[in-house]
Design a protein around this ligand. Structure first.
Ligand code: PA5
Length: 476
C-alpha cells in the first residue's frame, strides 16, 4: 500500500478548495465579482509576505513544526510505546489550545466509539480529555478510570492555568494516596521549558516532560508535543500528520489566491467580514471532523477577535465561528442559514472517500418515499445532502465554499490544520492585529484569581468588591 513517503500518494491526498458559491455569478447580489477579488490582490500579497517574513520568529514558531521535531518525535514515539504497554487509561488534563487539538485528532482518527471497543481492537489505552473544572465531570471520570492504571498528561503552556492546575492538584492527591512515591510515574507534563509552575513541579518530582517550544501558542500547538504525544499514544502515525502539514506548507507557497488555498480562504473571509458577514459557520459532513470544527472555532475566534490594531488604533474585529454538523444540523440550523440574516459564510468540509461503505438495503417497496433509498449507500446519501445543501444555500444567495478531503487520515488532518493555521495568520495580517495574543481571556482569568484569593490580586479583589451591587429589580 502506498503511503505518505510516495509523491503520487501525497498528491492524491491534496485537499481542494471550491469557492464558486462565493461568487456573484453563482449566488447573485451577495457574491463577489472577479474584479472585487482582484482588488484584494495587493492586500493578499502583503499578508503572504508578512507571514513569510515572520516564519519561525516571535509567536510564529508553529510554522516550523513540520520541519524541526525529528528528535522530539522519536522521544514521543518511545514514550507512547511505554505508555501503551503500561497503562489502561490515558487522560489529558488541559484546556483551550492545550485540549482542543488532542480532542479533535482523537475524534477524527480513532474509532468513533473507541473507548467502547474491546482492548484487542484498540491501538492504545482508553482516552479522555478533561477540559473543564465541572466537579461532576471530574467525579464521572474517576468513576470510569483506575487512577493507578492511568497516565495523566498535564498540558499547559503557561504552567499557570487555574483549571489545569486544579485538575493536577486533584489527580496528584489521589495518585499520591494510592501510589506514594511512585505517583510521579503516572504523570507526564507538557509545558514551557522555563516559565510557569508545571516546570518547577517537573524538576521537583522528576516527571517525564515534553516542551512546548517558544513561539508556539496554545491554539497553534497541536503539531508539537501537545498534540503529538496523545496522538502517538492512540497509535496515530504522527510522522504522517507532520508530513501532511509540510505538504500543505508547500501547497501554500505562492502569494496568489488562485494558487494558495489558505490565502484564498483568508481573503474570502476578510471580504465577507467587510460586508457584515460576522458569522463563520464550519460545517463538516463527517462525524469524524465534528470536533475539528471546535478546534477551528477556537483558532479563529481567539486569534481574530481583537480591539486594537498592531499600530495601537482601536478596532473591534473578528468573526464569530459557529460549529455545525452535516447532515445533523440540516435539521436544526440550516433553516436559519438559508432564510435568516445575510450575516454568515458557511465553510463545508467534505469527504471524498469515507473509511467505510454502508449499503442501504432494498425494502418498503410499496412506500416509494422510502424505497427510493434502497440500492444506494449511506456514503452517496451524505454526499448528496452535502452537495444539495451547498446548492440550496447558493440558490438562496448565501455564500459558502467547500474544502474537500480526499479521505480522513493523519496526512489530510495535518494538511487541514496547517491550512487553517496559515489562513488565520494571513487573516490576522490583513486585519493588522496581533493574531497570537489573547488579552480578553486574561481579564477573566485575573478576576477568577482575585475571587479565589490568589496572592498578588488584592487590588483586583477590591475592584470587584466595589463594583455596583446587583439590583433586585433586574432579578426575576
Ligand atoms: O490559545 C491559547 O493560548 C489559549 O487558549 C490557551 O491554550 C489556554 O488558555 C490554556 O493555556 P495554557 O496552555 O497556558 O494552560
Amino acid at each position: 500500500m502506498l503511503n505518505y513517503r510516495n509523491k503520487d500518494w501525497r498528491n492524491s491526498m491534496r485537499l481542494t478548495l471550491d469557492y464558486n458559491y462565493m461568487m456573484k455569478k453563482f449566488i447573485g447580489a451577495d457574491g463577489f465579482t472577479d474584479a472585487e477579488l482582484n482588488e484584494m490582490k495587493e492586500a493578499a500579497a502583503d499578508a503572504f509576505d508578512y507571514v513569510a517574513d515572520n516564519r519561525g520568529k516571535g509567536m510564529m514558531g508553529w510554522t516550523e513544526l513540520p520541519y524541526n521535531q525529528d528528535a522530539i518525535v522519536e522521544d514521543i514515539l518511545a514514550t507512547a510505546k511505554a505508555v501503551r504497554r503500561k497503562f489502561k487509561y490515558f487522560v489529558v488534563l488541559g484546556i483551550g489550545g492545550s485540549a482542543l487539538g488532542p480532542i479533535a485528532v482523537f475524534n477524527a482518527l480513532c474509532h468513533l466509539h473507541y473507548n467502547d471497543l474491546a482492548p484487542s481492537k484498540r491501538k492504545g489505552p482508553k482516552f479522555y480529555v478533561e477540559d473543564n473544572v465541572d466537579p461532576e465531570r471530574m467525579a464521572a471520570l474517576l468513576d470510569v478510570i483506575e487512577p493507578e492504571k492511568t497516565c495523566f498528561n498535564v498540558i499547559t503552556k503557561s504552567g499557570a492555568t487555574s483549571e489545569t492546575m486544579t485538575q493536577y492538584l486533584v489527580i496528584n492527591d489521589i495518585l499520591k494516596k494510592a501510589l506514594g512515591d511512585k505517583a510521579a510515574e503516572n504523570i507526564i507534563a507538557t509545558t514551557d521549558e522555563k516559565k510557569g509552575n508545571l516546570i518547577k513541579l517537573v524538576r521537583e518530582f522528576g516527571y517525564k516532560a515534553f516542551v512546548i517550544p517558544d513561539g508556539v501558542g496554545g491554539r497553534f500547538s497541536e503539531l508539537c508535543p501537545v498534540g503529538l504525544l496523545p496522538a502517538a499514544v492512540l497509535g496515530i502515525d504522527i510522522k504522517e500528520m507532520l508530513a501532511g502539514a509540510k505538504y500543505m506548507d508547500g501547497v501554500c507557497s505562492k502569494p496568489s489566491v488562485s494558487k494558495n488555498p489558505a490565502l484564498a480562504c483568508a481573503v474570502l473571509q476578510i471580504m465577507a467580514m467587510k460586508r457584515g458577514k460576522n458569522v463563520g459557520v464550519m460545517m463538516p459532513y463527517a462525524d469524524s471532523l465534528k470536533l475539528m470544527a471546535d478546534w477551528y472555532c477556537q483558532l479563529w475566534a481567539e486569534s481574530l477577535g481583537k480591539n486594537v490594531t498592531l499600530d495601537g488604533k482601536p478596532c473591534n474585529v473578528g468573526q464569530t465561528p459557529v460549529k455545525s454538523l452535516g447532515v445533523t444540523d440540516q435539521h436544526s440550523q440550516v433553516q436559519l442559514y438559508t432564510e435568516g440574516p445575510f450575516d454568515k459564510v458557511v465553510t463545508f468540509l467534505s469527504v471524498k472517500d469515507y473509511r467505510t461503505v454502508v449499503e442501504i438495503p432494498h425494502g418498503c417497496e410499496d412506500i416509494p418515499d422510502v424505497s427510493f433509498l434502497g440500492g444506494h449507500t449511506m456514503n452517496e446519501l451524505i454526499q448528496a445532502e452535502n452537495k444539495a445543501t451547498a446548492y440550496a444555500l447558493a440558490k438562496a444567495g448565501r455564500q459558502n465554499y467547500t474544502i474537500e478531503l480526499p479521505a480522513v487520515n493523519a496526512f489530510t488532518l495535518g494538511e487541514l490544520m496547517y491550512l487553517f493555521e496559515l489562513q488565520t495568520a494571513y487573516a490576522g495580517a490583513m486585519l493588522n492585529i496581533d493574531t497570537f495574543n489573547q488579552p480578553g481571556v486574561e481579564a477573566g482569568k485575573q478576576a477568577t484569581y482575585a475571587l479565589l484569593g490568589k496572592p498578588g490580586y488584592e487590588a483586583k479583589k477590591q475592584e470587584l468588591d466595589s463594583a455596583p451591587a446587583a439590583e433586585a429589580k433586574y432579578q426575576v
